[in-house]
Design a protein around this ligand. Structure first.
Ligand code: FE
Ligand code: FE
Ligand code: ZN
Length: 278
């Protein structure tokens, strides 16, 4: 059975997000690990955590994905920015792991002028002060569109980060269909070729999650704007091939499309109707 969900707001709490997931006929979800544009987080009460775990169990939700805040830049050469990012990733790995969340994804970051190599070394050091041998949660590097000085738009850079860390077995990849397309990987005309390339450079066993988005922006534009499933430059048929691909079909899919809960419910229903293993 397809494991699919959407990005869910945690404004009303963790249990409410899980409840809404069930309400839109999804069977997994992505949540922010803290306030996405700020630095704060709320401590969950024991009661709320128990409610959250009960919904997960009762409805057999698939792997839950936490997303680190966008304000965090682990590639930065500016001391204040970098230290903030180190603190956030360290705390959020620990916080999300304590909740039994399976994966946490983050944007590798933008080097903002210090160069790709220096940026990658900062990311590696930042991960090394955050990842512990005991943690269960896997930290996912997201494939990026490559806007500005963004790191992670080519698979080789993600490989270099992973191979640089002390516990590479705790690091995996989240592939964002919108981002790889705008980064110049042609998943529309050559999905097999892109998957082979991913396997050759990184290894398919590292792929733990798919962000299932269409793209408002053209192929290889290096611009990051998500479109509703089938309504962008990637299109319905190419996204269906992603969902049905033997190497991908058993992974959890997360929609980050610009819709409300009702819209997502319809989007998920439409997707389930169009695939081989609904
Ligand atoms: Fe992301
Ligand atoms: Fe994404
Ligand atoms: Zn994006």
């Amino acid at each position: 059975m397809l494991v699919i969900g959407t990005h869910m707001s945690i404004a009303q709490g963790l249990a409410k997000a899980a409840e809404n997931t069930v309400g839109i006929r999804a069977n997994t979800m992505q949540i922010f690990s803290r306030n996405p544009r700020g630095s704060t987080y709320r401590t969950y009460t024991e009661k709320e955590i128990q409610e959250f775990q009960a919904i997960r169990r009762e409805h057999q939700l698939g792997p839950i994905l936490a997303h680190a805040p966008y304000t965090m830049n682990l590639a930065s050469g500016q001391e204040k920015v970098y230290e903030f990012a180190c603190t956030v990733i360290r705390e959020d790995i620990q916080r999300m792991d304590a909740l039994g969340i399976e994966n946490i994804v983050f944007h590798p970051g933008s080097h903002t002028g210090i160069g790709v190599e220096a940026g990658i070394q900062n990311i590696i050091a930042g991960l090394n002060q955050a990842i512990t041998k005991q943690q269960q949660i896997i930290v996912l590097l997201e494939t990026m569109s490559g806007k500005g000085t963004e790191i992670g738009a080519v698979f080789e850079q993600l490989k270099e980060i992973r191979e640089g860390v002390k516990y590479p077995e705790k690091v995996g990849i989240c592939l964002d269909t919108c981002h790889v397309f705008s980064a110049g990987y042609d998943i529309v005309h050559d999905l097999d070729g892109v998957i082979e390339e991913f396997d050759r450079v990184l290894g398919l066993d590292l792929l733990r999650a798919i962000h299932l988005n269409d793209s408002m922006m053209a192929f290889a534009s290096h611009k990051d704007r998500h479109a509703v499933f089938g309504a962008g430059e990637i299109g319905m048929e190419a996204l269906e091939r992603v969902l049905n691909h033997p190497a991908l079909k058993d992974l959890p899919f997360y929609l980050e499309t610009p819709l409300d809960d009702m819209g997502h419910k319809e989007e998920i229903c439409m997707i389930r109707n169009r695939i081989d293993n609904p």
